[in-house]
Design a protein. Structure first.
Length: 331
């Protein structure tokens, strides 16, 4: 048990797209080869923007789990838990709320962005979201937290809050290190190149969903906007092509340099056709794995049960310790 501990989470938002694979899950697959990993389906985070369709989150949870398995998360190496199954998460979340200066939470840029989008429908839960995330990681004394660039600030908050608690009472929380994937970490929306590929942009044609049909994938990639330079090079002046190169590299594991060299004399049409082929071949296989797993609900439940037992074996003693240090337990 001396391997470093890794924790990360994805929300069951039902929008799993190629960006989630390239930016997060692919990294998780690598990490499970070297570390002890616990991956969480963070449904309590997902409800911070309430889902209007009843029962949808439940489907999303099983979907996400089936996708994890389809992509190759190996439950002999990694554990997978459902955040809301373990009440220690929101329990510590509440406690940490009380140790987070309002001004610090109020500086989170993701919250500010969402506030301007959601206006008066914004919830207190969304404001407190980073603090629940802090609880997620601090419960496990984890060493490494793989996240996208957009979550870096939230992890800094987690470290900050842990430090406050530690210095006020006893050093009981380990400060987690973020692991930010560099290249290709943030696949962008094909149409809104300044935005992360995510369902929050209302336009679905810029998103390559993992469950997209062959036809849709070809259509989306072939019609993706580009500049008029017709030169396949990775640079700031050609953000659309850079994004497509990131997708290409993310799926094939070729370096950007090699892909540039390969398409030195090609036009965008050729490059896009090849990319569509590559993406579809990859997804076709993943989709058939997914269909296999999603039809076996009792197996999926067993995985979550095991994940929960594994998780509680760590968090129950941690909560006990926190209560004792705070003086809110029976003595
Ligand atoms: N906030 C993260 C996201 O939306 C998801 C998340 C919740 C998470 N808890 C976490 C990621 C703990 C890493 C560790 O991307």
């Amino acid at each position: 048990m001396s391997k470093p501990f890794v924790f990360s989470g994805i929300q069951p938002n039902g929008d799993l797209n190629i960006g989630h694979y390239i930016g997060a899950i692919k990294n998780w697959l690598k990490l499970q080869e070297e570390y002890d990993c616990l991956y969480s389906i963070v449904d309590l985070h997902a409800i911070t923007i309430p889902e209007k369709v009843k029962g949808k989150i439940n489907n999303n949870i099983y979907d996400l789990l089936a996708w994890f398995l389809a992509f190759g998360l190996d439950i002999n190496k990694s554990k997978i838990m459902l955040q809301s199954d373990n009440p220690d998460h929101p329990y510590l979340g509440w406690i940490l709320n009380c140790f987070t200066p309002f001004g610090l939470a109020n500086r989170m840029t993701q919250f500010k962005e969402k506030t301007s989008e959601l206006k008066e429908t914004i919830s207190c839960g969304l404001f407190n979201y980073p603090i629940l995330m802090a609880a997620d990681v601090l419960l496990y004394d984890c060493d490494i937290v793989p996240v996208g660039e957009d979550q870096k600030q939230h992890l800094e908050l987690a470290r900050d809050v842990a430090q406050r608690f530690n210095s006020m009472y006893e050093p009981i929380f380990k400060l987690p290190e973020p692991l930010i994937q560099k290249n290709g970490a943030r696949i962008k929306d094909l149409y809104h190149i300044e935005k992360k590929m995510s369902k929050s942009s209302k336009d679905e044609k810029g998103i390559i969903f993992i469950l997209d049909s062959k036809e849709n994938i070809y259509k989306k990639i072939l019609k993706a906007p580009t500049d008029s330079k017709n030169s396949i090079q990775f640079n700031n002046q050609q953000p659309e092509i850079a994004n497509l190169l990131n997708i290409y590299a993310g799926i094939t594991d070729l370096s950007i340099k090699d892909i540039e060299a390969k398409y030195k004399n090609s036009d965008y049409k050729q490059f896009k056709e090849d990319l569509a082929d590559i993406v579809w071949k990859f997804l076709e296989n993943i989709q058939s794995q997914y269909h296999k797993y999603i039809s076996d609900k009792s197996y999926l439940n067993k995985i979550l049960d095991e994940g929960l037992a594994f998780s509680q074996a760590i968090t129950n003693p941690k909560i006990k310790q926190v209560r004792k240090v705070l003086g809110i337990s029976k003595t």
